[in-house]
Design a protein around this ligand. Structure first.
Ligand code: KG4
Ligand code: ZN
Length: 355
């Protein structure tokens, strides 16, 4: 039997500079996950160029989706491959793609539209539902994919290039935004400081690498808004770095990078723990690209251990943008809200889904 199963979701993620596709069964079992990063295309500009991103998505979307289908044991129609002698795969249960999900925002609108249009076309051609997914909700589902038994409520610290959010998660779809940045996102601060220090792009990993040879106590930088509510501010920290380097050009770049990173990590960890206390959370989860930062992971783990809280640190591949998390969120949204209509658009500034 080669029917389709609504529990088997193909998802597409093109909100920024990763072209990604994944097949996930029952919102939990990742049958395939393919990510094509455009980092090398944007590196020469020192940041993501929206038009370059959109064009690259158009070029890469077909091979990326084909690879995700093939790796899940499915053909171009999203149905199980039935070739004699082929190694058995998870798709052999006889289930084909029963729904197509895509990120509909927030993100770069020209980039989003590529994935949304492609996903809708597949849904139409295959006669299966389309479901639009909020990218930020996808990042929350990334944590659940890797730790399905996480005891709730948890506080999720979602830190990426575009967002810095503290969210209480009481269950799938039951969230409360506790705090967010009032200016720059955490990843944006890493990217701007890296650019200022001439460390290259993307900035987060470059700052982390430079900081390894530096002294985090070399420069006393501010910890903006620490102990003052659950919102964040990072633009003042970046400005403090610039002012310090202007006055002390002789200071080693490694010390600046290490001191900046320590200040950012201190603020993120302290506010995550404050948030956990406010809502009586059982633990703290990290999500988003900045969650790949080693010192942040270590500091959060040790602070949580000290406070008797569980900590969940997703793998680096699950922290950064991927389509498996979009499939998991899409599976949930399809069951809860039903399909998204095929005349729905994409929204660059889509807000976090309120409970
Ligand atoms: O979630 P993501 O892949 O894309 C979105 O912004 O949605 O996050 C990318 C951000 C960039 O700002 C990048 O510099 C930052 O995550 N990042 C890091 C590290 N790896 C990536 N920041 C600090 N340390 C890292 N190791
Ligand atoms: Zn993201």
């Amino acid at each position: 039997m080669t029917g389709r199963d609504a529990d088997v979701v193909l998802a597409i993620e093109t909100s920024c500079d990763e072209t990604a596709a994944a097949v996930v069964s029952a919102g939990r079992d990742v049958l395939s996950s393919v990510v094509s990063s455009q980092v090398e295309l944007h590196a020469r500009y020192g940041g993501v160029v929206p038009e370059v991103a959109g064009r690259a998505h158009v070029e890469r979307i077909v091979p990326v989706v084909e690879e995700a289908l093939r790796a899940a044991g499915l053909d171009r129609s999203g149905l199980p491959l039935c070739r004699p002698g082929r190694e058995a795969t998870a798709g052999d249960g006889g289930s084909g793609i029963g729904a197509v999900a895509a990120t509909v925002g927030p993100g770069l609108v020209g980039a989003l539209l590529v994935g949304v249009s492609f996903a809708k076309s597949l849904a139409m051609a295959w006669g299966v539902p389309f479901v639009g997914v909020n990218h930020l909700e996808g990042h929350l589902f990334a944590s659940l994919l890797e730790a399905p038994d996480t005891e709730l409520p948890v506080v999720v610290l979602l830190v990426s290039g575009g967002h810095t959010l503290l969210v209480a998660m009481y269950g799938a779809g039951r969230y409360e935004v506790l705090g967010e940045t009032v200016d720059d996102a955490a990843g944006e601060a890493f990217d701007k400081v890296a650019r200022y220090l001439g460390l290259g792009y993307p900035g987060g990993p470059a700052v982390e690498a430079a900081a390894q040879a530096g002294d985090a106590r070399a420069i006393a930088l501010p910890r903006p808004m620490i102990g003052d509510g659950l919102d964040f501010s990072f633009s003042g920290l970046k400005t403090a770095v610039v002012h310090y380097v202007e006055r002390h050009p002789e200071v080693p770049t490694a010390d600046v990078a290490a001191s900046f990173q320590a200040a950012a990590v201190d603020v993120l960890v302290r506010k995550a723990l404050d948030a956990a206390r406010v809502v009586g959370a059982r633990g703290v989860c990290l999500a988003g690209g900045v969650a790949a930062n080693g010192p942040l992971r270590e500091a959060l783990a040790s602070a949580c251990a000290g406070a008797g809280l569980a900590v969940f640190l997703p793998s680096r591949t699950m922290c950064t943008d991927n389509a498996a998390m979009i499939a998991a969120a899409g599976h949930y949204r399809l069951r809860t809200d039903g399909p998204t209509t095929l005349d729905a658009g994409a929204s660059a500034g889509l807000r976090f889904p309120a409970a």
